[in-house]
Design a protein around this ligand. Sequence first.
Ligand SMILES: [Zn+2]
Length: 544
Amino acid sequence: MYAGAGRAGSGPVEGTRPVLYDAVLLDRDGTLIEDVPYNGDPEKVRPVPGARAALDRLRAAGLRLAVVTNQSGLARGYFSEEQMRAVHARIEELLGRFDAWLVCPHDDADGCDCRKPAPGLVHAAARQLGTSASRCVLVGDIGRDVAAAMAAGAAGVLVPTPVTRPEEIAAAGWLAGDLPAAVDEILRRQQAVHPASGPAGQRVGTALVVRSDSAGDVLVTGPAIRAVAAGAQRVVLLCGPRGRAAADLLPGVDEIIEHPLPWIDPAPESVDADAMRTLTTRLAAVGADEAVVFTSFHQSALPLALLLRMAGIRRIAAISDDYPGSLLDVRHRVPAGVPEPERALSLAAAAGHRLPVDDEPVLRLRQDALPYRPADLGAPGYVVLHPGSAASSRACPPELAARIAGSLTAAGHRVLVTGGPDERAVTARVAAAGGTDLGGRTDLPGLAAIVADAGAVVVGNTGPAHLAAAAGVPVVSLFAPTVPFGQWGPYRVPTVRLGDAGAPCRDTRAASCPVPGHPCLSGVDPAEVVEALRVLVGSGGGGR
Ligand SMILES: [Zn+2]
């Protein structure tokens, strides 16, 4: 690839480092300027409306800018490198300087690792800007742009144009109406995780943090809990029974209270007055100076806020669109579509907490809580295939999982099939088609240890996807669109999303598939999984 002369500035000033992003990467044709196919003529450069002002807002916010562009016209001889440089000079004349230019000159047939949707340009841009892909957000107008960003572990914003295909729009986790709107939302998200009250204030004594619901819910709240822990001497976490094993893995948590919350659990017990009194007494005994109640968008923090008030807690923060009266001291609101870890981080920020500058907004696990991986699994680099999910609507159909196992094995990958004790029939059937059956052999820490040594994980929208994110292990996400991908997709880890994002189950939050045949996932071709692994871990395969 061609890399422009390095004009990357010095690194971020320690102590002022933004929490989320260092750089914004921009596609060229159809994103920054109107798309004129194979243009070698500077006179034909036309910026999209509002581009200059939007880019200047990013520059003013201290974000570095790079252009990442496929220019197969070079390979095909439609224009010369000199003509391309003239076009780029004209773009800078109209839109201001960029800190780096990254160009893929190849054609699809070249099989390079830089032509989007491959992640090569994104990695190269991050390197040249002195940061990592996970601290970059890419703005583009077609699915290839977003796919390249995700495969590198960067965020991707899709700004559709009339040529953007409907399935690309459906699959995008982050959509904006135009370039200025994309820029505004990038800056808003960046700002939302910074406490309004300036740099970390006085440390509180004891903070009570709350995250009920499942293991995945607890895992994605980890960065926010670390932010609270950075500003507190002691952190007590209230979680539910289904999230307990994940809570035990979170850094920053000093003590855990496990108690079901009937207004949160999907299959709740009836409300027992004595149990609520017992819980209130336990919460009072924590002696918390403040409480931060984390929830998903469809859950209410208010019933617990009332119990916390009755437990004598003076300062309570939560997200609530419902009017909280005097139940909350910090009532925070978040627009739809924000990734769950950032949504929670923004609540921590509203309560006055931010991640320390030496931490990153990524999922993490306590390494001392993980067991040694069984030696009989062989060397690291295998592929973990996890077909199940507590919600069947988000599970991979067993028949498809079996075909995926067969295709991966045939492609030279070592496959480990994982699942809980109640999923043994499925894991046995899948592993029979290719791979080692680990069904029922792992608890959550054991699974986390196995995932941590994987080359990649193939999984639906369920807990192990977040274990992979926490270990920095790439994910092939068989994502049923029952909830938004932008909120629940694997966070800040290289990912390829597969499945029909526009299927009728979209946004239904259904626990069991409402559509006969589970069409959102049953149409996945195992060859797509093999190709996704090639993109994520290289053609050698993680498992050879
Ligand atoms: Zn290339």
